[in-house]
Design a protein around this ligand. Structure first.
Ligand code: NAD
Length: 491
């Protein structure tokens, strides 16, 4: 096992006005998915503590908003260097609490650092616009922060998902309130401490632990002007409705059921690795994981490659664990229900052996369910585990018809050598992110991240250029200093 699981229980609390404060509303135990052992205890904030924390954030933001972007960027640059220095340790911690492998933990943090680098580049690329619109009259854009903004994050990427928004929101002059997942809160301590060490003034980053009660109090706080959310569709919709109902802006990313269209002319090598890695990476616990394989025509040799690659993965080293035992039991039951409907299990993860010494962990091996019925649970419900359902389709039209019936719209990929077929999938699939011979089509920065349909409530994307107008306002300024003799109707 190449992961260092904390040997002592880590005490995790709330980061309020630059200090760690023990919550007064009870505690939650944090158990490692690797072995079920308690590795942390997190204390939850009371309503009074939440209110105090957000007020402190509001006060701190006033000065921060006055500082030039270049000054804010200097602190974020220090933050980047500290994260790079501590990359190894943070990756072990986030893997220990989320069940990822060390490599996956590291990759998630690196992707977060890529967003941080984008935020650092804003001082050079987001320079606004100015134009003389008539004689002696100028119009310009000025970007202004919103004030206090909040973000609520899921368990599956304890560093990457928060890092999609922390650097951009702070760079734009906001104070940021973060509510990490109650299942994976330990990484938040490392990120907050890194920002403190980088020189971020107290109050500009607040970390409040807990679940629904904390989220509701954050949304209701009058100082909070915008709420970002990443998690399941059910909660994304709830948070979106509650936040926008209070007249605040919200961008809420939800769940997914991602399809891959596999055509006979695809490279078996690319398809074998790309599709297998897509549904097994992070033990299938990622919103970009392939979940349904739409097999068009004779693709038997490709499927053999997918099975070979997936069955070669060793639990604990090549593939991590599931977040909870409850989730493991749900997946085992879902596989059973698909089988009862006549599907064939051609790779059965239920039989996979736990790594030695980690028998108490939440393990399920890669599972491939063939001949799944369109419309059934395995074809439509987000299972969130290392499972792929194969549906056989007579042609691309049939495959796209199935893809288009999904309530979600996060990702869709096609494996083919035909440019025309690829173009058709790009145009006709209902998905915000499309991959051509790429199993996990996560856009790299500065291309922004975001799905459509039930995978996202609100407009714009959560990263990149299309996130800027979410975390800030554009003030339009029109200036004239002298009376002009030839003034026209607008000047
Ligand atoms: P979740 O919806 O259970 O929890 C997400 C966050 O919401 C957590 O911080 C949690 O504490 C909070 N929460 C839970 N119940 C709440 C309630 N009633 N009111 C307010 N807040 C509440 O999601 P999860 O299980 O942590 O994460 C997995 C889900 O996230 C999957 O559906 C996955 O597809 C999705 N996800 C989506 C993206 C994306 O970019 N679209 C990225 C990562 C994960």
């Amino acid at each position: 096992m190449s992961i260092c699981i904390p040997q002592e229980v880590i005490s995790c609390s709330n980061f309020i006005d630059g200090e760690w404060v023990r919550g007064e509303a009870g505690t939650i135990d944090i158990r490692s998915p690797y072995n079920g052992k308690k590795i942390g205890e997190v204390s939850l904030p009371s309503a009074a503590q939440i209110s105090k924390a957000i007020k402190a954030a509001g006060s701190a933001q006033v000065d921060w908003a006055k500082s030039p972007l270049k000054e804010r960027a200097r602190i974020l640059f220090n933050f980047r260097n500290i994260l790079m220095r501590d990359l190894h340790e943070i990756s072990h911690l986030k893997a220990s609490e989320s069940g990822k492998t060390f490599e996956e933990g590291r990759a998630g943090l690196m992707k977060g650092i890529e967003v941080l680098e984008y935020a650092l580049s804003l001082q050079n690329i987001d320079v606004g616009g100015k134009m003389e619109v008539s004689r002696g009259v100028n119009c310009e854009y000025r970007r202004t922060p919103l004030g206090v903004v909040a973000n609520i994050t899921p368990f599956n990427f304890p560093a990457m998902v928060p890092m999609w928004t922390i650097p951009i929101a702070l760079a734009l002059g906001n104070a940021y309130v973060w509510k990490p997942s109650e299942k994976t809160p330990l990484t938040s301590m490392r990120i907050a401490n890194a920002l403190k060490e980088a020189g971020l003034p107290s109050g500009l980053l607040t970390v409040l632990q807990g679940s629904a009660a904390t989220v509701e109090a954050i949304i209701e706080a009058p100082e909070v002007k915008a709420v970002g959310f990443v998690g399941s569709t059910k909660i994304a919709k709830l948070v979106y409705i509650k936040t926008t109902g209070l007249g605040k802006r919200a961008l809420c990313l939800g769940g997914a059921k991602n399809h891959i269209v596999l055509l006979p002319d695809a490279s078996p090598e690319l398809a074998g690795v790309g599709i297998s890695d897509s549904f097994t990476g992070c033990a299938g616990q990622r919103c970009m994981a392939a979940s349904v394989l739409l097999a068009v025509g004779d693709v038997e040799k490709h499927i053999e490659r997918i099975v070979a690659r997936a069955s070669s993965l060793k639990l604990g080293t090549d593939m991590g664990a599931l977040i909870t035992k409850t989730q493991k039991d749900f997946l085992i039951e879902a596989i059973g229900r698909a089988e009862a409907l006549g599907a064939k299990i051609i790779l059965d993860g239920r039989k996979a052996k736990a790594p030695q010494g980690f028998e108490e962990g939440n393990w399920l091996g890669p599972t491939i369910i063939d001949h799944v019925q369109a419309g059934s649970e395995a074809a439509t419900v987000e299972l969130f585990g290392p499972i792929i359902s194969i549906i056989h389709c007579k042609d691309v039209t049939h495959a796209l018809e199935i893809q288009n019936t999904s309530e979600y719209g996060n990702a869709c990929s096609v494996f083919t050598n035909s440019g025309a077929m690829a173009e058709r999938v790009i145009r006709e699939s209902q998905a915000g992110m499309v991959g051509i011979n790429v199993g996990v089509p996560v856009p790299r920065e500065p291309f922004s991240f975001g799905g459509i349909a039930a995978s996202k409530f609100g407009s714009g994307d959560i990263t990149g250029e299309h996130s800027l107008n979410f975390w800030s306002d554009l003030k339009k300024v029109t200036t004239k200093w002298e009376k002009q003799n030839d003034s026209n109707w607008m000047s």
